[in-house]
Design a protein around this ligand. Structure first.
Ligand SMILES: CC(C)(COP(=O)(O)OP(=O)(O)OC[C@H]1O[C@@H](n2cnc3c(N)ncnc32)[C@H](O)[C@@H]1OP(=O)(O)O)[C@@H](O)C(=O)NCCC(=O)NCCS
Length: 246
């Protein structure tokens, strides 16, 4: 014993959103620049790279952050990163202290266009979502979009993407008695006009999944736009509840 107290710190997650005009390159640059600022490294010293777990290509697949700066030493940074884009904009997150991170951004208009129900949900889950939407007076399409967005975030955190069957991720909708999440200013929130969306819980994962439901923290936010509702979802695998920053 050396008298030092080892206090476990919650993971920190930094979130960013971009406008619909932002290109994929713009998003990558925003992630690199923001990460350099978070770590107090010079601009241009953080690079986002990819490695496809299926084919090994480096132009797509799971993202990671690397440093070219001598300070922390060139190589992979101890951060996790995730990105997503849809019709209404793009969304990214960088986390320190998390075992895994996945995010997703989806619009109700995109989900209404795509016949995802049978791919995304089991019949039981669809019935649950329908009952939940009616009981909570939530729009059914918005609730399905949120559930799908949470599943995609989880599949990115697992690193498999849609190579794993989304129906094997079993979500439950927070009970009606659960209080709505109370965002703390500057923490755990995306600024207005984003609103926290009532929580989902992860009950089950596919066999062999890297995700442990008891250590998985899920958050969702919605934003109403003239083109439909956007839902942003964050999945963080960690012991302590993460602190979210904008
Ligand atoms: C991950 C996946 C669900 C994203 O789908 P999407 O809804 O079309 O796209 P989104 O905009 O939400 O997300 C795109 C981001 O997902 C991330 N991503 C891609 N593959 C990923 C993986 N295996 N794990 C985690 N994140 C991944 C990337 O960061 C990508 O953005 P970027 O290329 O600009 O960095 C989808 O690409 C997928 O299922 N991939 C796995 C299938 C596969 O292995 N394909 C490759 C065959 S060679």
């Amino acid at each position: 014993m050396d008298g030092r107290v080892n206090v476990a710190r919650p993971p920190e997650v930094w979130l960013g959103v971009s406008t619909p005009e932002a290109s994929r390159d713009d998003d990558h640059l925003a992630v690199e620049t923001s990460t350099a600022r978070i770590l107090a490294l010079p601009d241009g010293s953080v690079r986002l790279s990819h490695q496809c777990p299926t084919c090994g290509a480096t132009d797509h697949g799971r993202p990671e952050l690397r440093s070219t700066h001598a300070g922390p030493g060139p190589g992979a940074l101890p951060l996790t990163v995730s990105l997503s884009r849809t019709d209404g904009g793009s969304f990214w997150a960088v986390a320190s202290g998390a075992d895994a991170l996945g995010i997703d951004l989806e619009s109700t208009t995109a989900v209404a266009r795509a016949p995802i129900d049978s791919v995304a949900f089991t019949a039981d889950e669809l019935a649950d979502l329908e009952r939940g939407a009616a009981a909570r007076d939530v729009d059914h399409l918005e609730l399905r979009t949120a559930a799908w967005t949470i599943k995609e975030a989880l599949l990115k955190a697992a690193g498999t993407g849609l190579r794993a069957d989304p129906r094997a991720l079993r979500l439950t909708w927070a009970p009606r008695s659960a209080p709505p999440p109370v965002p703390r200013p500057g923490v755990d929130t995306l600024d207005p006009p984003w609103e926290p969306f009532p929580a989902f819980h992860l009950e089950a994962v596919p066999p062999g999944s890297a995700i442990d439901p008891s250590r998985t923290h899920l958050r969702a936010f919605t934003r109403h736009t003239p083109h439909g509702t956007l839902v942003a979802a964050v999945a963080v695998v960690t012991d302590l509840a993460p602190r979210l920053h904008r």
